[in-house]
Design a protein around this ligand. Structure first.
Ligand code: ARG
Length: 367
């Protein structure tokens, strides 16, 4: 999960933009989420109120004479307070507020909760070290995005991928959900551009990590099922590779992985639109030789090319590795993005949880 870092980063960018625009002495509150801020702009004063999901409260007020801001914790204690007069020599205040500035799409109104349409220009992202290109919208209708439920914009709240395997169940990686309760997680379904309102956003109702996951200190049994709070109508579930159809994910088969993860090991650009890369399944022995036989289990499946440059990366976790269904009519799920040593390095395949090994657990758990 990388959403925390990412939301903090973007919140800082928003804050920096805010500061640059208005050049007011405006200290950063301790909370980085602007999802519930309200702006009141009147002829004689300006005010901003933010109520954070953790119960903290922030208020900024200013008028002709000066400004004042404070923050309260979840118990109502004032934990930060500052203010001043404009005619103090310390403040070099020139700008005036205009309504137009507050149409900035990066500020959300709690009531309409709307996210901006494709704000982020992804066109240069095709230039990346992992061979990722923008996916064809709608071509992988099982693809879902895991989003922090406190963040209205799925681009900022995105943490992991997942695959819809029935209208009510998502298959993803256990490490994506470790430490999360169901109320903290939503899924976007039938969506290509994260920051848009396409498709639907459904809260999780139940998170079930594989029981073996917690027992290993590595990433073994990195698989989880999430029950949605209502059946999805925007996506189409994908079938699974089963023990009877293991020829479908044999070494050499060209698989495909999709996600909203970052563009390279040291390339922390995150796409707003879904990206993907096609890459071959790697023989188990080859993968063991690359990453260490003790680290690669029979319950894992590897994909990549020896020269490197085709891989998933951070933020793609939990997402689907799919293979052709053998009938020329679509794809089936072979793996769940789990781990790798570095994204896109030579002789270092990406490691995926092998779906065929978990068919019984999946069926029993879904009931
Ligand atoms: N663990 C990562 C995540 O949480 C996925 C890493 C995949 N790495 C790779 N080289 N394929 O997003």
């Amino acid at each position: 999960m990388f959403s925390k870092t990412k939301s903090t980063l973007f919140a800082s960018i928003i804050l920096a933009t805010f500061l640059a625009f208005f050049a007011v002495p405006f200290a950063q509150p301790a909370h980085a989420q602007f999802d519930a801020c309200e702006v009141y702009e009147e002829a004689d004063y300006y005010m901003e109120i933010c109520e954070y999901d953790d119960g903290y409260y922030y208020e900024y007020y200013e008028d002709d004479e000066g400004w004042y801001e404070y923050e309260e914790d979840d118990m109502g204690n004032v934990i930060y307070e500052d203010g001043g007069y404009w005619d103090d020599a310390d403040y070099d205040y020139e700008d005036d507020y205009s309504d137009a500035d507050f149409d900035d799409e990066n500020f959300y109104d709690e009531e309409d909760n709307s996210a901006p349409e494709d704000n982020y220009d992804d066109s240069d992202l095709a230039n990346n070290s992992l061979g990722k290109t923008e996916a064809t919208p709608g071509a992988q209708p099982w693809m879902v995005g895991q989003v922090d439920s406190s963040e209205p914009n799925a681009f900022y709240g995105h943490g992991c991928g997942g695959a819809l395997i029935t209208p009510e169940w998502i298959l993803t990686a256990a490490h994506c959900l470790e430490g999360y309760s169901a109320s903290e997680v939503d899924y976007v379904i039938g969506r290509h551009v994260l920051s848009s309102n396409e498709g639907e956003r459904i809260p999780a109702a139940q998170i079930i990590l594989h029981p073996g996951y917690a027992q290993t200190d590595g990433d073994d049994h990195d698989i989880a099922l999430v029950k949605l709070s209502r059946p999805a109508t925007a996506g189409t579930p994908i079938g699974l590779v089963t023990p009877a159809t293991t020829h479908l994910d044999e070494a050499g088969v060209i698989a495909r992985v999709t996600g909203w993860g970052q563009m390279g090991e040291n390339d922390e650009r995150y796409p707003d639109a879904l990206f993907g890369v096609s890459l071959p399944i790697v023989a188990q022995g080859t993968c063991e030789a690359q990453l260490g036989a003790d680290r690669i289990q029979e319950t894992e499946i590897c994909a990549g090319v020896p020269e490197g440059g085709k891989d998933s990366c951070y933020g793609d976790s939990g997402g689907p590795l799919t293979v052709p269904n053998g009938e020329g009519t679509g794809e089936v799920l072979a793996g769940v993005v789990s781990w790798g040593d570095e994204c896109g390095a030579p002789n270092s395949s990406g490691v995926y949880t092998r779906v065929t090994e978990y068919i019984d657990w999946i069926n029993q758990t879904m009931g």
